[in-house]
Design a protein around this ligand. Structure first.
Ligand SMILES: [Zn+2]
Length: 431
C-alpha cells in the first residue's frame, strides 16, 4: 500500500485540482482491493505465481475492473488479459498495462502499479470528458516474472514469437508441473499458445507504466520518468581450477588456491565497474570440494553485468576477464570463462518516446522536462518493442528497493504516475 497522505489529505493538502482528486481516488480504491491478494501473512511479500490460486484471483480482479467499466474483456491465446474500449479489431490501438504476477515475496508495486494505474488513468480520462479517436486496451501480461517456470515474460514472449511453442511446453516448475498442465488446470487451453502477429499488428503503441527499480528519479527529484532503453546484460561463468589439499598441513607457499584468485577477481569486477560506469556483480558461487578444512580444487563464480550500452558492457567484461587471467597465471590457477546468457540493448522507439516527452512537457509539478533514463531490468515492454512501437513510464521509488516486501512508492507519486499516463493516453488516443 502506498502510505503517507490519505485520499482526503491528497485532495486538500497538495492540490485543489479536481483532476488529481479523481486520479488518486480511483487509484486508491482499486489498490486497496487488490492489496490482500496473494500476500503472505508472515513475510508481507507477494507470492502471485503464474497460474496459481493467487494469480487466478488477480485475473478475476482484472476482469471485474474491466466489466465494471463496460470494457470488452478477452483473454488471448497465450493467457494474457485484455480490456478494450472501442473496437479490438479496428487496428492502430493504444495499449497500456503491465503484469500482476510476482517474484517470491515480491513487493506490491512491480507490475500491479502499471495495471492499476491504467484503469485509474482511463477513469481520469472519462472524468476529463475525453473523446477517443483510437481503440484503447488495458492488458495484464501473464507470467512476467518467471518465478514459477524459470523464464521471464512468457506471455509476451509467446505472443511476439520469441518463445517457441515446443520450448514453452517443456517449461516445468519445481514440483515438475509443466506449463501446459498448469494452464489447463487454471481453465486455459494450452493447445492454443503460440505467436500472435495479427493481435500485435493491431497495436499502434504500447505504453507500460512501472515502478522504478533504482534511484535515478529520487536523485533527480522527479516523480515520473520516461525510459530510454533496457540495458544490454548477460551472465558469465568463471571456473577457477586449483589443487585441493589439506587446510592444516599445506604450507601457504605450496598452495594453488583458486579462492584467492576468485576473490581478486571480485575486487577487479568492482573496480572495472566503477571505472566504466557499468554494473558488475558476483552473486553466486559454487566451491569444490566445499569443505571447511580443505583448500578448494574449483571455485565457480557467476558474473552478472549490465551497462547502458554495448561498448561499455564489452569494456567492463573484457577488463574483468583480463584481470582474472592475469591473477590466474600468476598463481598457477586454470581459468575458463563461459558466457551463459546475453540480451542485447532494447532501445525504445525514439519517435514515440519523443512524442510522450512532448505530451508530458510542463505537465508535472517540477516544471522541468520529464527525465529520460535507462534501466537494467527486463519488462514485457522490452519484449514487445521488437514488434510494436513501445514506451515506458517510471514512477519514483525512493529507496530503489524492488523484488522485496520493502518496495515502495509514495501515494502522491502514484497519483502523479496516473496523471502522466492519462496525459499520454489522451495525447495518443483522444481528439
Ligand atoms: Zn515488473
Amino acid at each position: 500500500m502506498p502510505t503517507g497522505t490519505t485520499p482526503n489529505g491528497t485532495t486538500e493538502g497538495t492540490s485543489g485540482s479536481a483532476a488529481q482528486w479523481r486520479a488518486g481516488d480511483s487509484f486508491l480504491s482499486m489498490w486497496r482491493g487488490l492489496a490482500p491478494v496473494g500476500r503472505h501473512p508472515e513475510s508481507g511479500g507477494y507470492r502471485r505465481y503464474a497460474w496459481s490460486a493467487a494469480d487466478l484471483d488477480c485475473r478475476a480482479w482484472f476482469r471485474t475492473q474491466a466489466e465494471a467499466r463496460g470494457l470488452t474483456y478477452e483473454r488471448d491465446r497465450n493467457g494474457n488479459q485484455w480490456a478494450w474500449l472501442g473496437d479490438p479489431l479496428a487496428g492502430d490501438a493504444v495499449v497500456t498495462g503491465s503484469h500482476l504476477d510476482s517474484v517470491p515475496d515480491g513487493g506490491a508495486f512491480d507490475g500491479p502499479l502499471g495495471v492499476v494505474s491504467s484503469f485509474a488513468a482511463l477513469d481520469e480520462l472519462h472524468s476529463r470528458g475525453a473523446v477517443f479517436t483510437r481503440p484503447l486496451a488495458i492488458t495484464n501480461f501473464g507470467d512476467e516474472e518467471g518465478a514459477r517456470f524459470g523464464l521471464a515474460c512468457v506471455g509476451s514472449r509467446l505472443a511476439a514469437g520469441q518463445l517457441t511453442v515446443a520450448d514453452a511446453h517443456r517449461l516445468r516448475d519445481a514440483d515438475g508441473t509443466t506449463l501446459p498442465a498448469a494452464m489447463e488446470s487454471a481453465g486455459y487451453d494450452p493447445g492454443a499458445i503460440g505467436p500472435d502477429p495479427e493481435r500485435l499488428a493491431r497495436i499502434g503503441a504500447f505504453v507500460e507504466l512501472h515502478v522504478e527499480q533504482g534511484r535515478a528519479l529520487d536523485l533527480t527529484g522527479d516523480p515520473v520518468g520516461l525510459a530510454s532503453a533496457i540495458w544490454p546484460h548477460g551472465r558469465w561463468r568463471f571456473d577457477f581450477r586449483g589443487e585441493a589439499n589439506h587446510a592444516g598441513t599445506t604450507r601457504l607457499a605450496d598452495r594453488r588456491d583458486p579462492m584467492l584468485t576468485y576473490a581478486e577477481t571480485v575486487l577487479a569486477a568492482r573496480r572495472e565497474a566503477e571505472l566504466t560506469g557499468a554494473l558488475a556483480t558476483f552473486g553466486k558461487i559454487a566451491v569444490e570440494p566445499n569443505g571447511v578444512n580443505a583448500i578448494p580444487s574449483l571455485v565457480r563464480g557467476w558474473l552478472d553485468s549490465r551497462a547502458a550500452d554495448q561498448a561499455t558492457l564489452d569494456a567492463v567484461v573484457t577488463g574483468i576477464e583480463r584481470a582474472a587471467q592475469e591473477y590466474a597465471e600468476r598463481a598457477g590457477i586454470g581459468l575458463d570463462v563461459v558466457r551463459e546468457s546475453f540480451t542485447p540493448v532494447v532501445e525504445f522507439e525514439h519517435a514515440l518516446r519523443d512524442e510522450l516527452a512532448k505530451i508530458l512537457e510542463g505537465t508535472g509539478d517540477t516544471g522541468r522536462p520529464v527525465p529520460v533514463l535507462g534501466t537494467g531490468a527486463g519488462h514485457d515492454a522490452g519484449i514487445l518493442s521488437a514488434s510494436v512501437p513501445t514506451a515506458m513510464l517510471f514512477v519514483r521509488n525512493p529507496t530503489g528497493i524492488s523484488h522485496s516486501p520493502a518496495e515502495h512508492a509514495a501515494e502522491d507519486d502514484c497519483t502523479a504516475g496516473v496523471r502522466a499516463l492519462a496525459d499520454v493516453l489522451e495525447g495518443l488516443a483522444c481528439s
